[in-house]
Design a protein around this ligand. Structure first.
Ligand code: GCO
Ligand code: MG
Length: 436
């Protein structure tokens, strides 16, 4: 057995069970040859100044591999180490068909679990395994998740502007493209430009890249923005907004109450993950729809919010949560409470992650809406099979698996930057750093 394993180039040390028993209790795969994982690698690409990381799981069947999104935390070298030094040795030789088993065993493989690094690489592996299973079955992954529950994925687009006119122009552009759901933001999150030169900068405190958010100007402009866009675009369009946890909880409560009259589709991240206890207080005071969760990395963080009916939309970041497997569990939990999904889909999720979102969106009953992003030409070149958008709907490639690939030769043309990336710190005018 060992000889056969090493002849196939497989490391059997951790999985050297009795071969006869393995055959008897192995997977029934309609006559397909048994499969083993032969390699697990991470591939990075940096087209258009955005880093995308994808895990590739290769198998003993020539040409059969899967890919999964491991993008998000922007600590690329850490992810590479996690894959090369820890995941690959653990997974080589395992049967890629046993997705749940692999997820559970990787999760506890160092006893200490959770956290963005482990979850991100685990998500890459998990999605890649679903990709392999789909390719093996000759079906798109949404078929394995139950089949289509809708013909395409309804999306929301991001409109923003530095003043109301610019914002209205941005909304108009998306309406013309057919979007029914539009997120409106005044400039960047928290509208830092409202304040001019902040006091801390005048005082030489902090660093050049620091940004400012002022509570009152932000709280004043957001209702004005809703008023303006509602009056110009009428009742038909669905409007969304992301507070991005930038104001103190009690002020978020005041703001959401004020926004209720404009009937937002949802208000996102009224509170930081550390402050979710405030949802109960907010819920008692408003029927405004609430969305939360892009920063959660432990599925259990959603349980109370869902079962106590404190939020309306679950915002999973597919790689942060650990992939398709845990995302489906949260989606099913949410279904029992009629809470809908709104998976995180910003520009810094790889197209592989967007496609993962879309396959779930197509299959689950309690889909709510999907955050949309445009894929630039360079990104599409790196990832053949990117989703397309028509009339505000996302359409995926119907090929087996996820129907998306990474062209490693093209990816190599967009190497990661040498310098580490740090998110600009957001401060109050006196210099106090705020979340996030
Ligand atoms: C959203 C998010 C993002 C995040 C970004 C962080 O709702 O789309 O808040 O825009 O800020 O993904 O890197
Ligand atoms: Mg957000």
């Amino acid at each position: 057995m060992l000889a056969a394993g090493s002849a196939a180039g497989l490391s059997n040390s951790a999985f050297g069970q009795n071969e006869a028993a393995a055959q008897r209790y192995g997977n029934a795969t309609r006559g397909l040859a048994p499969l083993k994982i032969t390699d697990v690698r991470i591939v990075h690409a940096y087209p258009n100044g955005t880093g995308f990381s994808v895990v590739k799981v290769e198998t003993s069947e020539p040409g059969l591999y899967g890919i999964g999104c491991a993008t998000g935390i922007r600590r690329y070298k850490t992810l590479t180490t996690a894959v090369d030094e820890y995941l690959a040795p653990l997974l080589k030789g395992k049967d890629p068909d046993n997705i749940e088993d692999i997820w559970q065993t990787v999760n506890v493989s160092s006893y200490w679990r959770n956290g963005p690094i482990l979850n991100t690489v685990l998500a890459g592996v998990d999605q890649a395994l679903w990709d392999i299973k789909g390719k093996r079955a000759g079906m798109p992954v949404y078929q394995l998740l139950g089949g289509k529950c809708r013909f395409a994925v309804d999306c929301y687009a991001h409109a923003s502007g530095r003043d109301l006119k610019e914002l209205a122009d941005s909304v108009r552009g998306y309406r013309e493209q057919g979007f029914r759901h539009i997120r409106i933001q005044f400039g960047k999150y928290g509208s830092p430009h409202l304040s001019g030169e902040p006091d801390f900068k005048k005082a030489g405190f902090g660093v050049e890249t620091d940004e400012v958010v002022e509570i009152r100007p932000y709280m004043k402009i957001v209702p004005e923005m809703f008023e303006h866009i509602r009056s110009e675009f009428g009742e038909e369009v669905e409007l969304l907004h992301d507070i991005h946890e930038l104001i103190p909880p009690i002020e978020a409560i005041n703001l959401v109450k004020e926004l209720e009259q404009y009937r937002p589709f949802f208000i996102e991240d009224a509170f930081a993950p550390e402050d979710i206890g405030y949802y109960k207080i907010l819920r008692e005071q408003t029927s405004c729809a609430l969305a939360m969760g892009e920063l959660f990395n432990n599925s259990h963080e959603w349980v109370g919010l869902i079962t106590d009916r404190l939020i309306d939309f679950v915002r999973i970041h597919i790689s942060q949560i650990g992939g398709i497997t845990p995302a489906m569990k949260v989606a099913r939990l949410a279904e029992w409470f009629n809470v809908r999904t709104a998976w995180h889909g910003p520009g810094n999720t790889s197209p592989v992650g967007h496609v993962g979102n879309a396959h779930i969106d197509l299959a689950i009953w309690n889909f709510g809406i999907q955050e949309q992003t445009d894929f630039r030409p360079e990104t599409q070149e790196v990832f053949p099979g990117c989703p397309t958008f028509e009339n505000g709907y996302m359409h995926i490639n119907e090929a087996p698996g996820f129907g998306i690939d990474i062209d490693e030769a093209v990816a190599a043309k967009f190497p990661l930057p040498e310098e580490p990336w740090y998110r600009p710190i957001v401060r109050r005018p006196d210099g106090t750093p705020v979340r996030p």
